[in-house]
Ligand binder design. Structure first.
Ligand code: SF4
Length: 482
């Protein structure tokens, strides 16, 4: 599917899709409500968020040491650790693993990092059949679409659309009953699990001390992907390592509550290396691929480093007004919403310098982030970096800020001086009361006025405000004034 190249054009397409708007609104309300209830019932919720911030910061501060320890622990368990500097290297490693195992079929658990490196096309190009086994990932694989939410990749589709897709692609009788749709997917995928030679997953966490990886899910498909095939390969960003089980417990206390509103996910698996003699199940061989792909660069930047605390819970997406209108595909990245805005330009070769300028600055994301990432602060830092350097983040995709530096300086000068501001406003009321001329001259303003009609400037705002404020007073139920 070819999609327009900028956030503005992709989001314009999404905003014009009435069905998508309804799906996104329903999903946002559902997830917001679940998270709210979960934290209302969690007495230590705020302290738990502080703890996650501290645990992750402490792990990031000693990342090289923890990664070396993780490598030695996994190796001691009989697994193999691979280091991938970028997406191409990670894909090449996984293709090698598949070919050495003479694998022809791979089943995958949901993993954003494998979306980041575009693993499926790489494995398919090497001749493998690849099947997503998370229900939502399976749906979008059948539809030939990328994910549109970090934890709910098919959030943009409703039951009717899924029923039509299954009828078309799987030859199933049309139904939109969730239980029936799940049964159809389960019947098809069970045959894939039994045939697969290779299971590929991500990892929510890895424990340096024991070499254990932690996988969180609700459907049981990850357990199947890690135990049914002969070979299991887990791919994880290097920031996912924590020292020990106590650190993992701190993260798990907030992860599911933030993501789905559950106290714990239905399945939390701790996997330690390949199957040992005498054990009844598990893959015979285990590989852990540690991916950098820009994370070291993020780690080195004191302003951006905190984004590596992210647990990929998706909570910030569910409260973001821009995500609710534009949907995940507008980001043009597997990572969307506020965290997608922050990390998309920093991972891989770097693209999406326009994303930071789409933020409204409402701050709702920071209020829900379980790792207490100051997402609005990071987005402002990205805006500043883009304004200061036309080659940020990717010199091959140079661009300017929406407002030219000269115009920005002029605005700061006028806005910083009450006398100048009053004089400019008085002049505008006489010469350009509907801002039509200003919109034509200033591209930044034109983008804003394209979908909004500025009020005619008849009276200074300071004089009009008391009357406006009266109209805005909160209404009591029944319409009475308080
Ligand atoms: S930034 Fe915070 S809220 Fe957003 S996905 Fe990451 S952990 Fe969740």
């Amino acid at each position: 599917m070819s999609r327009p190249a900028t956030f503005a054009s992709r989001s314009a397409t999404a905003c014009a899709d009435a069905q998508l708007q309804a799906n996104l609104r329903a999903a946002a309300l559902h997830f917001q409500g679940n998270r709210k209830k979960a934290f209302a019932a969690f007495a230590g919720g705020e302290a738990a968020r502080d703890l996650v911030r501290d645990v992750k910061d402490a792990a990031l501060a000693r990342l090289p040491e923890l990664l070396r320890k993780l490598e030695s622990s996994v190796t001691a368990l009989g697994g193999t650790v691979h280091w991938a500097a970028d997406a191409a290297e990670a894909c090449a490693i996984l293709v090698d693993i598949a070919q050495e195992a003479e694998a022809t079929t791979a089943v995958k658990g949901k993993s954003m990092v494998t979306e980041e490196i575009q693993l499926n096309p790489a494995l398919e190009a090497a001749g493998l059949e690849v099947y997503e086994t998370d229900l939502a990932e399976y749906i979008i694989q059948l539809a030939g679409e990328p994910p549109s939410h970090i934890i709910a990749p098919a959030i943009h589709k409703n039951r009717r659309q899924v029923g039509e897709l299954f009828a078309k692609k799987l030859g199933a009788d049309y139904t939109e009953e969730p239980e029936e749709l799940t049964r159809i997917a389960r019947d098809t995928l069970r045959r894939r699990f039994l045939r697969a030679d290779l299971g590929v997953t991500g990892a929510n966490l890895a424990l340096a001390q024991s070499g254990t990886i932690v996988l969180v899910e609700n459907e049981g498909n990850i357990r199947m992907s890690t135990t049914a095939p002969r070979v299991h390969a887990a791919v994880m960003g290097i920031e996912k390592v924590v020292p020990d089980a106590a650190s993992a417990a701190a993260v798990l206390a907030v992860l599911a509550r933030s993501a789905t509103g559950q106290k714990m996910s239905t399945y939390t698996s701790f996997l330690a290396g390949p199957r040992r003699d005498g054990e009844r199940d598990g893959a015979r061989s285990f590989h852990l691929v540690l991916l950098d792909n820009g994370r070291s660069r993020i780690l080195a930047d004191p302003e951006l480093r905190q984004t590596l605390r992210c647990l990929r819970c998706g909570s910030c997406l569910n409260v973001c007004p821009v995500y609710e209108k534009a949907g995940g595909h507008a980001w043009g990245s597997p990572y969307c919403g506020p965290i997608g805005t922050c990390v998309t330009p920093l991972l891989g070769k770097g693209s999406g310098r326009d994303l930071a300028f789409a933020c409204t600055g409402c701050g709702a994301c920071a209020e829900v982030c379980p790792a207490r990432i100051d997402l609005p602060g990071v987005i402002m830092a990205l805006r500043r970096k883009a304004a200061e350097d036309p080659g940020f983040p990717n010199p091959a995709e140079r661009g300017g800020p929406p407002l030219s530096p000269g115009a920005a300086k002029l605005f700061v000068k006028v806005a910083g001086s009450p006398g100048l501001f009053r004089a400019a406003a008085a002049l505008a009321r006489v010469l350009d009361p509907s801002l039509a001329l200003a919109s034509r001259l200033a591209p930044g303003l034109r983008a804003w006025t394209r979908t909004r009609k500025p009020p005619r400037l008849k009276t200074p705002f300071s004089k009009a405000w008391p009357a406006l404020a009266g109209q805005l007073k909160p209404q009591k139920p029944g319409g009475e004034q308080p």
